[in-house]
Design a protein around this ligand. Structure first.
Ligand code: PHE
Length: 441
């Protein structure tokens, strides 16, 4: 099986990893977390965690995947045969599956709002109406379910096409487009009247609002945003060529991801303040606040209002798709490898299962919040802890070194290796544990 394993092209793997990282986490979750936990204060901690903790954790997970060239469960079984490590791999896959389901519900909302923007736009006469659309849509029951099914179905179609032709090709087309869209949106948002207040909010740290819980959430957000601990990085890296530089790829992914989150903050916050809304609105921030702006804008120029709305929701939708497919691939690749299923059959099974759990999340906001909370605070932390301990303590140091430095060929990576190994072995596990416990209390 290993001989026939599919692989990404050189650029394909970077764009696919960046595609997985950049998602709703950046555009929808990051801004409301910044809003809840003290603006720039949260951003500073988030950045520090991203470079000090997430980056090494990402590299560690990537090393497991490329070393074993297997999906999550089998990778751990290959590298540590006959040990219980594989069960931790299964926990990661379960976490990825839970995210797949509720993420698809939010993906459905973006699809719904994109369709709305294309077909009707937002009513310029009663802009406050626009903020209520989200509530009515989610309360209607059937509409979000349909959108969720459509979104999930489209993602599964990409997965059926395979690693290179599906995931790789979609990422290559969409990631550049995504950057163009978000930068254009930023310029637009900054030019809104009252945008300055949003900028001030993003740039002024309010440390009194940065509670211990906020600090724990900053790490949770960083892991979520980098898709760490769920077997996504592991699975994608198992399709990576041996000649590719793991450290370089990881740094690039992190830089893209962080840049995108900050730019998204510059898109959402000025717009929120310009509309006079509260930045602490929580998960509905993007879907209630932003349509309000589009409606106001349509009063002076219907065409402009409509165009910007379409661009905005298209951005969210594409970002959501490139992340969703990475999560689906975790379960699909495991089913293919474990049970010998075809790609089509494995994808169909995951489609049906995620459809069901997603519908439940969509109909019960309590279930949705539970899945969101449990996956990003429990599963991700546990997964990240398991992968780092595995690389630091279980894997042979020489093997880790071999993957990190491509057999000693990479000079910079060779020089950095002792520091990397020290961090993975001694610093990351206690750091993740402390933050995990803070979150529990
Ligand atoms: N990183 C994605 C985002 O920011 C979410 C994600 C989490 C994707 C876990 C894969 C695994 O939206």
């Amino acid at each position: 099986m290993a001989a026939s394993r599919e692989h990404f092209g050189r650029l394909g793997v970077i764009l696919a990893l960046a595609g997985s990282a950049i998602g709703l986490g950046n555009i929808w979750r990051f801004p409301y977390m910044v809003g809840e936990y003290g603006g720039a204060a949260f951003i500073i901690v988030y950045l520090a965690f991203s470079f000090l903790i997430s980056l090494p954790a990402f590299v560690a997970e990537s090393i497991i995947g490329r070393r074993a060239r297997k999906s999550t469960y089998d990778a751990l079984e290959t590298l540590a045969p006959g040990t219980p490590w594989k069960w931790l791999g299964l926990v990661a896959v379960a976490g990825a599956f839970i995210i797949t389901s509720f993420y698809s519900v939010v993906g459905g909302w973006s699809l719904d709002f994109l369709a709305r923007s294309v077909v009707r736009g937002f009513d310029p006469v009663h802009p406050e109406e626009a903020a209520g659309i989200f509530g009515r849509m989610t309360a209607s029951g059937i509409e979000p379910l349909l959108a969720h099914a459509l979104f999930l179905g489209f993602n599964c179609m990409i997965i059926v096409l395979g690693v290179k032709k599906g995931i790789g090709r979609f990422s290559k087309i969409c990631m550049p487009l995504l950057f163009v869209l978000i930068v254009a949106m930023m310029f637009f948002s900054l030019s809104l009247p009252g945008a300055q207040a949003g900028l001030d909010y993003l740039l002024t740290p309010d440390f009194s609002r940065l509670t211990p819980r906020g600090i724990a959430c900053a790490l949770g957000q960083s892991f979520f945003s980098m898709s760490i601990g769920m077997g996504v990085v592991l699975t994608y890296s198992s399709y990576m060529k041996k000649s590719q530089n793991i450290l370089g790829t990881s740094v690039l992914t992190l830089v893209f991801d962080v840049m995108f989150a900050i730019i998204a903050g510059f898109v959402v916050m000025p717009a929120v303040f310009s509309a006079g809304l509260a930045p602490e609105a929580g998960p509905s921030l993007v879907f209630e606040g932003i349509p309000y702006i589009f409606a106001q804008m349509s009063a002076s120029s219907p065409l402009l209002g409509r165009t910007v709305a379409v661009a905005f929701f298209l951005t969210i939708l594409i970002a959501a798709i490139t992340s969703e497919i990475s999560m689906i691939e975790v379960s699909v690749s495991m089913l293919m490898e474990r049970l010998g299923w075809t790609r089509r059959r494995a994808t169909t099974a995951i489609f049906l299962a995620a459809l069901l759990l997603g519908c439940w999340c969509s109909l019960r906001s309590g279930v949705f919040a539970f899945c969101d909370y449990v996956s990003s605070n429990w599963f991700m932390m546990l997964g990240a802890l398991a992968f780092t301990v595995f690389v630091g303590w279980k894997m042979d140091r020489a093997d880790v070194r071999d993957e990190f430095t491509n057999g000693g060929k990479l000079k910079l990576a060779s020089a950095l290796f002792p520091a990397f190994h020290f961090i993975i072995k001694y610093l990351l596990p206690p750091a993740i544990l402390v933050i995990f416990l803070t979150n529990l209390l």
